[in-house]
Design a protein around this ligand. Structure first.
Ligand code: ADP
Ligand code: MG
Length: 250
């Protein structure tokens, strides 16, 4: 299938970002087409999380342009602009950050009802469907503390999906999980990709990246060193830094 026919939904052009003297992004460009899953891999500290944060406006880039789901992220001005962006471009983190004093259902319903002011009954219906999708039907009234890490992470994914985003960003969402529960979270993400959700995934799960991603981007020291189709990327990496990294992780 040629994904290009559907056109770019995320376009990152020559983005730079420094924290003080630390130049974290040095001119990063990336194109994600609608319906594509992009795996972003690279050593710790190479700027992967910062790039995701720039894409959903949690961090302001210093230079360059970012267009995401129809939003000019580099030109965000108001809080309303940021809310509108984060409705369409949702992020899931390594630490799921569920509200511990709220039930699963309340966690999922919070932003659509309180931030987007959507009708509670309509949101509840959607939330129940999403719980079914992430295979947590029956846990509506459970508190996060009573769920496994993998279950909590699937609630966090359902919570993001409740916004009905066009792009999902996943930042090492399985890195803090027990090996048994990693699989169920990856299965959920795989299903989303198969349904055509556009995803950017920062991950250390190389086999998953190879199987699920349409494109792989490799970052090192704030630069995209190499990108391509997974088979090509993993079987015949061109850059020495990619080869060295894959030599350690594969
Ligand atoms: P990765 O996700 O690839 O591990 P990060 O984007 O988290 O990399 O971090 C890249 C660099 O930016 C690191 O040196 C990190 O310490 C620094 N950094 C990230 N966020 C901040 C911040 N909010 N303030 C200062 N430095 C930061
Ligand atoms: Mg990171």
């Amino acid at each position: 299938m040629n994904m290009n026919l559907q056109g770019p939904i995320v376009q990152v052009s020559d983005v730079t970002k420094a924290f003080g003297d630390n130049q974290v992004l040095r001119g990063v460009s990336m194109t994600v087409n609608k319906g594509e899953a992009v795996a972003l891999i690279g050593p710790s500290g190479s700027g992967k999380s910062t790039l995701l944060r720039c894409i959903n406006g949690l961090v302001a880039a210093d230079g360059g342009k970012i267009e995401a789901a129809g939003h000019a992220v580099h030109a965000l001005r108001t809080n309303e602009d940021r809310i509108a962006l984060r409705k369409d471009v949702c992020m899931v983190f390594q630490q799921y950050n569920l509200f511990p004093h709220m039930t699963v259902l309340e966690n999922i319903m919070l932003a659509p009802t309180q931030v987007l002011k959507q009708d509670a009954e309509e949101v509840r219906e959607r939330a129940n469907k999403l719980l079914e999708k992430v295979r947590l039907t029956g846990k509506e009234k459970a508190y996060p503390g009573h769920l496994s890490g993998g279950q909590q992470q699937r609630v966090a994914i359902a919570r993001a999906l409740a916004m009905r985003p066009s792009v999902m960003l996943f930042d090492e969402v399985t890195a803090a999980l027990d090996p048994e529960t990693v699989k169920e979270v990856l299965a959920t993400i795989r299903e989303l990709v198969e349904e055509g959700m556009t995803c950017i995934l920062v991950t250390h799960e190389m086999r998953f990246a190879r199987e699920v991603a349409h494109q792989v981007y490799f970052t090192d020291k704030g630069l995209i060193v190499e990108h391509g189709a997974p088979a090509e990327f993993f079987d015949s990496p061109k850059d020495a830094r990619t080869r060295e990294f894959l030599g350690h992780v594969l």
